[in-house]
Ligand binder design. Structure first.
Ligand SMILES: *Cc1c(COP(=O)(O)O)cnc(C)c1O
Length: 385
């Protein structure tokens, strides 16, 4: 659907706003219909010339979402999944066996837990390393296995930066593949394929959909290669897809991706600067602040700002942090991120035993509210500690 009605050389922002230039050829509708059919008519000569036969996983609305995603990330092929986790796990299980995954020691908790507790059951070995030094990645590789380097940048919830180009260089030199969880960066700030990644993963639940009303994931492949085809085969066989209504919501969300993310990043930057000056804040973690360890890499690797996510460490430890989350009026106490409403979460409570996250840390997902309202709400709550 992408490319049919738009010139080839337009920017991702234009592709997003027009959902790839899609329109319904019969009616001229600028918003294509939602295809809810689970099955498609076979031609009299026994062919399926439309390319569609059965709704696991043939669905035109889902295919439309995938074509927009491929264009936004600059990849040859994209797949949508029933969640970000479903996408990531499908990728790991599609690797040539025996596989070895090298991932960051601080990363999205759910995936870290799956890698540590469940991946070994499928014959996948895992090494968690500090990715600030690419030598650590090299040292963790195994010559007897197919290696995949998993990057998450900025990484949850300390917003550590990993330089994709430097990591891809050492990984590729050793014959390893590189995949990047780009949920927080979004294609607005970073397009990992341009920096050397082979695969981009998204929890589309977050910024891509952007309205906290869809659970979805995505994998975008630089090349429609053997691994992409294995992922296609596995997804078709097992069916971790989204329904057409969710696909339509996701397409609708992606149309406003750029305006939302740029606004959220600008607000996050303003909040980071304001909160850093508050006496009850021990530390603000935000890549846009020059003293953040990842600032230099972020300035090279991220465009249009530093993202809409930041964390604060509250003076007074865990009890003070939990009390702030309990007493804010505008911020919503909830997990997840990337929606239009601002969320605050005490991460170590949700991650539980074994979490490497400091106990005084609150993770903030900045929404689209007036930034002064957000700042005042937090400052007044901190003042009362
Ligand atoms: C939420 C999230 C995931 C998991 O995605 P789901 O859609 O919840 O399965 C993975 N990585 C990051 C960075 C996330 O924020």
């Amino acid at each position: 659907m992408v490319d049919k009605h738009l010139p080839k050389d337009v920017s991702p922002e234009t592709i997003a706003a027009q959902a790839g230039g899609a329109l319904d050829p019969r009616t001229g509708a600028l918003v294509p219909p939602i295809h809810i059919a689970s099955t498609f008519l076979r031609d009299p000569d026994n062919q399926y010339r439309s390319g569609l036969s059965y709704g696991r996983d043939d669905n035109p609305t889902m295919l439309h979402a995938e074509s927009v995603l491929a264009a936004l990330e600059g990849g040859e092929r994209a797949f949508v999944f029933s969640s970000g986790m479903a996408g990531a796990v499908t990728l790991f299980l599609a690797l040539e066996a025996p596989a070895h995954v090298i991932a960051p020691n601080i990363m999205y908790w759910g995936l870290r837990k799956w890698l540590l507790e469940d991946a070994p059951r499928f014959g996948i070995s895992v090494a968690l390393v500090d990715m600030a030094k690419s030598q650590n990645v090299v040292d963790a590789m195994r010559s007897d296995r197919s290696n995949l380097v998993w990057i998450e940048t900025p990484g949850n919830p300390m917003w550590n930066l990993t330089e994709i180009s430097a990591t891809a260089k050492v990984a590729h030199a050793a014959g390893a593949l590189v995949a990047c969880d780009s949920t927080v960066a979004t294609p607005v700030h970073t397009r990992p394929i341009e920096h050397g990644a082979d695969v981009v993963m998204h929890s589309a639940t977050k910024y891509l959909n952007g309205h906290s009303d869809v659970i979805a994931g995505a994998l975008v492949f630089r090349k429609d290669n053997g691994l992409a085809q294995q992922v296609a085969k596995d997804r078709r066989a097992v069916g971790p897809i989204i329904g057409p209504q969710e696909a339509a919501l996701l397409i609708r969300g992606m149309r406003t991706l750029h305006v939302r993310v740029k606004h959220q990043s600008a607000s996050a930057m303003a909040l980071a600067e304001r909160l850093a000056a508050h006496r009850q804040i021990a530390e603000v973690l935000y890549p846009g602040l020059p003293r953040h360890a990842g600032h230099e890499i972020a300035s090279r690797q991220m465009a249009e700002g530093y993202g809409g996510m930041l964390s604060i460490r509250v003076e007074g430890g865990e009890a003070a942090a939990v009390s702030v989350a309990a007493n804010v009026a505008i911020w919503k106490r909830a997990t997840s991120l990337g929606g239009v409403e601002s969320l605050m979460e005490h991460r170590s409570s949700i991650e539980g035993e074994g979490s490497p996250v400091p106990r005084d840390l609150l993770r903030l997902s900045v929404g689209l509210e007036c930034v002064d309202d957000l700042a005042r709400d937090l400052e007044q709550t901190l003042d009362r500690l």
